[in-house]
Design a protein around this ligand. Structure first.
Ligand SMILES: Nc1ncnc2c1ncn2[C@@H]1O[C@H](COP(=O)(O)OP(=O)(O)O)[C@@H](O)[C@H]1O
Ligand SMILES: [Mg+2]
Length: 293
């Protein structure tokens, strides 16, 4: 079985290359040959719909692990008949947090969420009347999140109008959502890694010093067996968004009930391995081998 692992050329830190090594090692262990390629090696011709492949890609692979958010390339490869893990639609659904909310509306419990009005990046939010309208719907503190972000780095807690204004200044003109703050489990969430239709690993993340549970934001982790309710929420979300694998973040509601925080199509494996000893990369390769065989 031959596969391609397509990753982003411009986001190539040690943290990411380590993740690629995990996938390649897992593939080798399963007897599959996985070739690492970067997205810039492919040239998408949008008028013909063709993709110009790099020379080393003469033969079509049996599967593609698409560990990137280059949706245009992902769609073009799918149009050539390649099966991508995850699929382009699924990656897109997770990448934009406002789109995730829209696609899951009415399907699972989520915090009340409002989109910021669209502005132009070079203009920013140069009129702030929309904040009055958000304040009429959400009490302080509420969350402001950039629609595109990871590791908690683009998630803010606004405790007052002054803080909301300073966040708005900071985000410039980037798209954002304002979201109800689920304060019942401050700094705590559950990460469930789903592969195929199974919850394969999960951990509780907690941070006593910050409202963000992300490990990168200073959170700690503990082994955690998800409740049936949490597990079925994670599986439902993945089915709805057609994800083959994902890291689903779940908050604790007032009575401990699960409230969806966000869904990651490209969840990292290292922290969950350190916490649980479960190698999610191997589970993913097994899932792909099972489908491709
Ligand atoms: N609505 C919310 N209420 C309470 N905490 C939240 C809320 N949204 C996010 N958080 C906290 O912030 C963290 C990061 O938010 P998340 O949406 O998962 O963004 P990222 O993609 O950066 O991980 C979450 O893990 C959670 O601890
Ligand atoms: Mg998260």
């Amino acid at each position: 079985m031959k596969g391609w692992l397509i990753v982003n050329r411009f986001l190539y830190t040690d943290k990411f290359s380590e993740l690629y090594d995990w996938l390649i090692r897992a593939a080798v262990k399963a007897g599959s040959d996985l070739t690492l390629l970067t997205n810039d090696l492919f040239l998408v011709n949008t008028d013909s719909g063709n993709v110009i492949y790099p020379d080393i890609c003469a033969q079509a692979p049996d599967y593609v692990i698409f560990w990137d958010k280059d949706i245009r390339l992902a769609r073009a490869l799918e149009a050539q008949g390649l099966r991508l893990y995850n699929r382009a639609d699924a990656i897109e659904a997770c990448d934009d947090k406002s789109l995730t909310c829209r696609l899951l509306a009415g399907r699972v419990r989520m915090p009340r969420t409002f989109t910021f009005p669209f502005t132009y990046e070079h203009l920013g939010y140069n009129n702030l009347e929309f904040l009055d309208r958000i304040e009429a719907e959400l009490d302080y503190p509420f969350i402001i999140k950039e629609c595109y972000g990871s590791f908690g780095a683009q998630v803010y807690l606004a405790g007052s109008r002054a803080e909301a204004l300073s966040v708005i200044q900071k985000v410039g003109g980037r798209p954002c959502i304002a979201q109800e703050y689920i304060g019942s489990g401050r700094g705590r969430d559950i990460r469930i890694n789903v592969v195929g239709d199974k919850c394969v690993a999960s951990m509780l993340r907690y941070n006593d010093g910050d409202f963000r549970a992300n490990i990168t934001a200073g959170g700690h982790m503990k082994q955690y067996a998800p409740t049936d309710e949490q597990c079925s929420m994670a599986l439902k979300v993945c089915r709805e968004l057609k994800l083959d694998y994902a890291g689903v973040d779940i908050l604790f509601g007032r009575d401990g009930e699960p409230v969806l925080c966000e869904v990651n199509s490209n969840a990292h494996f290292k922290s969950i391995y350190d916490c649980t000893g479960i190698n999610v990369a191997e589970a993913l390769i097994r899932h792909i081998m099972g489908e491709t065989a």
